[in-house]
Design a protein around this ligand. Structure first.
Ligand code: HEC
Length: 127
């Protein structure tokens, strides 16, 4: 590869990195709106925030089910033994009762895939 081609490759790689970074930020910003509409009524997201009807969700991605101190989980949620990752959150947000039978999270489910993807991108920023 001559110098000019090498330079172009560098420029292209840099612009791809910038674009995908922006896309992620947008996903999370959209996801925050979904959260405000669908989840905020029962969950706080700030570090050390209070539990409402549902547990505080700060740091939820990477955490095991039922690990918020002081929140009275159902034994179903407490003992589900799932680590919350984008892969486990996705089906849970479609249908919580299917993933954790016996949960009392009264949420009908988020059918829209783009909304779920954005919401999970937002949940990943809570750390
Ligand atoms: C009507 C109230 C309500 C709404 C709305 C709600 N949740 Fe929940 N959520 C709960 C309750 C209650 C629990 C605990 C369930 C249990 O103990 O069985 C819970 C549990 C969870 C858990 C498991 C937490 C853990 O520590 O294991 C996650 C993740 C979660 N909710 C995410 C969400 C998201 C994201 C939304 C919005 C799409 C949402 N919830 C909407 C009430 C709600």
């Amino acid at each position: 590869m001559d110098l000019r081609a090498a330079w172009m490759t560098g420029v292209l790689a840099a612009s791809v990195a910038v674009t995908s970074g922006t896309a992620l930020a947008q996903d999370a910003a959209e996801g925050e709106k979904v959260f405000r509409r669908q989840c905020f009524i029962c969950h706080t997201v700030d570090q050390g925030g209070p539990n409402k009807q549902g547990p505080n969700l700060f740091g939820i991605v990477g955490r095991k089910t039922g690990s918020v101190e002081g929140f009275r989980y159902t034994s179903a949620n407490k003992n589900a033994d799932i680590v919350w990752t984008p892969e486990t959150l996705d089906p849970y947000l479609v249908n919580p009762r299917k993933v954790i039978p016996g949960t009392n999270m009264a949420f009908a489910g988020l059918r829209n895939e783009a909304d779920r993807k954005n919401l999970i991108a937002y949940l990943q920023t809570l750390k």
